[in-house]
Design a protein around this ligand. Structure first.
Ligand code: FCB
Length: 447
């Protein structure tokens, strides 16, 4: 994999961070009053997770959060993105709050503050309380109302202590993998239903933003949403390939961006979707189009579209990660520049996730993950290129702080800067962690 030596120059105000999510690291699934989420239910069904594992223990972060924050601090980063487990703070997703659950996040936020690390909260990283799933989950119009209540409560308690609150992480995944092809919880495979779920997720986003602003007013943190995005490149200039790539981009990126920033769904996507279960009520689009303070973009790879049979091969491939995702840094530049052109009122962007899985192992207390270093370096260069073309990007969060429960891949895929030995819970900084620490340090010295 080639690396270029183009030096990195990020602005002095740029934020450097690492990211995680509750279900993937916390464990303590049944402790201190936590209720089950749809991911608890899903993992405990046989055949759902590649290695048959669950999130019951995960990285045991619930018990180790203090030393984990010390590890975050040792990376020199100024920002940490994590999510709140809804069923930990409200076991059923409605009704009583669980004070012991909130206490955990209070302690985490306080520890981060002690280390001068900004807290960036995500409210929903896929772990709906099972209690709400039992009432219809994201297919019910009531769930967005419950989500707004939960969001308001989090804003009330933590709004003045955190830098940002994002409503959703990657609603595309919840809709398409949770309801489209059953790869994720709750394990439903029905394309028509997945479209209605995506509408309710967007509606819940708008309702939550309104509810949180009502609680904190102008003094609140930055409010936004995190979307996974990728450019869709046609293999050739043939009308069939181009049309297929446009459809792919419309159903993944524009499907979420257009409602939020333009107030309507993209026609190109509507034209090809099964809308038999799709109901948008009067006023929904106005609610979804709430002004937000930032957009979180998660970028891993691109989509390559070929309508030939067999499909055309990807040209000039740099490599594939352990997820089999093509390493394609220039897609990040193209994506961000494309967003700037397509959406006039785009708020500042944070790269809320970017990273690679590799088959890491510890030898002599070291983890040599040169490929990850190159991956990050190339993506930072691609990000810098986008910023030079006028895209307003304020920060970068590596996914992930440490190896963790990678959803339906279980513990078989390692994305961390820090290696986790799941048998002992020992953490070992990988070479990429030292490298990232030095990058952050050198960018700071330039200030
Ligand atoms: C993203 C998820 C994150 C992690 C990475 C690899 O889609 O937001 O939780 O699984 O992919």
């Amino acid at each position: 994999m080639p690396t270029t030596s183009r030096p990195l120059h990020f602005p002095p105000t740029f934020h450097w961070g690492v990211a995680t999510s509750a279900f993937q690291i916390e464990g303590a699934a049944l402790e201190d009053g936590r209720g089950p989420s749809i991911w608890d239910t899903f993992c405990h069904q046989s055949g759902t997770i590649l290695d048959g594992s669950t999130g019951d223990v995960a990285c045991d972060h619930y018990h180790r959060y203090a030393s984990d924050v010390d590890l975050i601090a040792s990376l020199n980063v100024d920002s940490y993105r994590f999510s709140i487990s809804w069923s930990r703070v409200q076991p059923l997703g409605y009704g009583a709050w669980n004070e012991r659950g909130f206490e955990f996040y209070s302690k985490l936020i306080a520890r981060l503050a002690e280390k001068n690390i900004q807290a960036h909260i995500t409210l929903y990283h896929w772990d709906l309380p099972q209690g709400l799933q039992d009432l219809g989950g994201w297919l019910s119009r009531e769930t967005p109302q419950r989500f707004a209540e939960y969001a308001a409560e989090v804003a009330r308690r933590f709004g003045s202590q955190v830098a940002s609150i994002a409503t959703h992480n990657e609603p595309w995944c919840t809709a398409n993998l949770g309801y489209g092809n059953a790869q994720f919880a709750p394990g439903v495979a029905d394309r028509a239903l997945s479209i209605q779920v995506s509408h309710h997720l967007l509606l819940s986003h708008g309702l939550a933003i309104k509810a949180m602003r009502a609680v904190t007013g102008d003094a609140g943190p930055q409010y936004g949403i995190v979307l996974n995005q990728w450019p869709a490149d046609p293999a050739t200039a043939s009308p069939a390939d181009v049309a297929e790539a446009q459809w792919e981009y419309a159903r993944s990126v524009e499907w979420f961006m257009d409602p939020i920033f333009k107030g309507h769904y993209p026609q190109r996507a509507l034209d090809r979707m099964d809308l038999s279960r799709f109901h948008v009520m009067d006023g929904d689009m106005e609610i979804i189009q709430q002004p937000i303070d930032f957009l979180g973009v998660n970028y891993y790879t691109r989509t390559f579209v070929s309508t030939d049979n067999p499909p055309k091969a990807r040209p000039g491939v740099l490599g594939f990660t352990d997820m089999d995702w093509e390493i394609y840094p220039q897609g990040l530049t193209a994506l961000l520049v494309g967003l700037k052109e397509a959406y006039k009122d785009l708020p500042p962007i944070y790269i809320t996730e970017n990273g690679m899985a590799a088959a890491d192992h510890v030898s002599n207390d070291q983890v040599n993950d040169q490929a990850r270093i190159e991956y990050i370096q190339m993506h930072l260069q691609a990000l810098q290129a986008a910023m030079e073309q006028g895209v307003d990007v304020r920060g970068y969060f590596y996914w992930s702080l440490m190896d963790n429960f990678e959803w339906n891949s279980g513990y078989s895929k390692r994305f961390g800067l820090i290696y986790v030995d799941y048998a002992t819970q020992q953490r070992t900084l990988k070479e990429s962690a030292y490298w990232y620490r030095d990058v952050v340090q050198s960018q700071r010295q330039e200030k």
